[in-house]
Design a protein around this ligand. Structure first.
Ligand SMILES: NC(=O)c1ccc[n+]([C@@H]2O[C@H](COP(=O)([O-])OP(=O)(O)OC[C@H]3O[C@@H](n4cnc5c(N)ncnc54)[C@H](O)[C@@H]3O)[C@@H](O)[C@H]2O)c1
Length: 369
């Protein structure tokens, strides 16, 4: 039986927005649904968030903390989920890794800078603590089945992965990760990119460009391209896998979720009603069942001592492409990897004035401008 604690409960689980998805609730539900877990404690710097969460998950008042360090000292949990904004992932994950925990399951994206991402993963590796980042979409049927089709040779050899959904950094922590999964979880050799950032957009505290074009090449020669913002719908898919003998198409939301096009015909694949966001089962409004599958995988790997596919090491492949893409914009050229920078070039370009996004239109309205 694992004693589990959540750091970063979130405020209001019934109304998830980009200002707060309360991912702590999604993690807690997954542990509650797991036979080998006991949710014993939580920490949140906002006391009322912790109190409401404790009420929902029946955590005794003496195990509700504001400071995660007090939680670690008092409870000594086996597993900690970290669901706070990316800029403080490192502080809390490293703090947990230096305590007695066996496993840390942290929210994506890995970190707010490339150096922070590397330090976080290395610290856990040195401390022999299993570190995973939650890319739960890997466990949805559209992606699981597409991977199986690819491995079964349905489109021959994979040549190019095309992404036409979301953005580069925040959602890219999922889509670029999924591209990495299809490419065999290998690192990239280079990345080239351009972006447009004219209207300010912050996600979980980090800047997020409005439009992006990026291309990268994996070390086995497979290419990937990503188009976000204007024109992204022309990809015609969330993810399109192009092979020597056909294509696999994973849709964004409507219509057939998974199709194989080969030899002039199109085959629709039944994915049991699952979309890229949720299973479609009653009660899975927030895609909670994908989080359940992620937690089950994380704990199976902890039990067996095997590397989870959500591992920090594999997550670094994605982080290097994301920060490398922004570095390509800053350098105005292709960036050969490994990446030799420390920061987040997008944040740096905003700080230096190289990029100067205007406040978002709705913010101007609210401010009376
Ligand atoms: N996997 C996904 O699909 C998915 C979806 C949404 C968000 N996320 C990620 O989840 C993370 C959290 O996002 P969210 O939407 O749940 O945020 P949120 O604002 O809903 O919740 C974060 C909570 O962390 C608390 N917090 C902040 N600093 C803290 C600290 N030092 N110690 C303890 N608690 C602290 C806040 O008070 C808040 O309650 C982000 O990294 C985000 O990118 C992932």
């Amino acid at each position: 039986m694992y004693d589990v604690a959540i750091v970063g409960t979130g405020p209001d689980p019934s109304n998830p927005t980009l200002d707060g998805f309360a991912m702590g609730y999604r993690h807690a539900e997954a542990y509650r649904n797991h036979d080998d877990c006991r949710l014993v404690a939580c920490a949140d710097i906002v006391p009322e968030n912790g109190a409401a969460f404790a009420d929902e998950f029946e955590i005794a008042a003496e195990y509700v903390f504001e400071d995660y360090r007090e939680l670690l000292a008092a409870v000594e949990p086996d597993v900690v989920s970290v669901a706070v904004p990316p800029a403080i992932h490192e502080e809390i994950v490293v703090g947990c890794a230096r305590s007695v925990v066996d496993a840390i399951h942290c929210e994506k994206p890995l970190a707010h800078t490339w150096a922070s991402a590397q330090r976080t993963v290395q610290t856990c590796w040195r401390a022999d603590v299993q570190l995973t980042f939650n890319r739960q979409r890997r466990f949805g049927r559209p992606f699981v089945d597409a991977k199986q089709l690819l491995e079964d040779g349905a489109i021959g050899d994979l040549e190019r992965i095309e992404i036409g959904w979301g953005d580069f950094y925040d959602t890219g922590a999922h889509t670029v990760d999924l591209a990495g999964m299809f490419a065999g979880d290998r690192s990239a050799k280079w990345v080239i990119a351009q972006l447009d950032y004219r209207e300010e957009d912050r996600r979980f505290g980090s800047h997020q460009e409005n439009q992006m074009w990026a291309q990268w090449r994996y070390d086995d020669g497979v290419h990937a391209v990503l188009s976000t913002g204007a024109g992204k719908e022309l990809v015609g898919a969330a993810i399109l896998l192009r092979g020597t003998d056909g294509e696999i198409r994973i849709a964004v939301d409507d219509g057939p979720m998974l199709e194989v096009r080969s030899g002039g015909s199109t085959e629709r694949i039944d994915v049991g009603g699952e979309t890229m966001h949720r299973t479609g089962n009653e009660g899975d409004r927030f895609g909670s069942e994908f989080h359940d599958r992620a937690v089950e995988h994380v704990l199976d790997c902890l039990e067996e001592g095997t590397e989870p596919e959500l591992s920090g090491r594999i997550g670094l492949n994605t982080a290097e492409i994301l920060f490398g893409g922004y570095e390509s914009v800053r350098r105005r050229g292709r960036v050969d990897l490994p990446l030799e920078i420390d920061d987040n070039p997008l944040e740096a370009m905003v700080a230096s004035g190289d990029l100067s996004p205007e406040p978002a239109a709705d913010e101007i309205g609210e401010g009376g401008a």
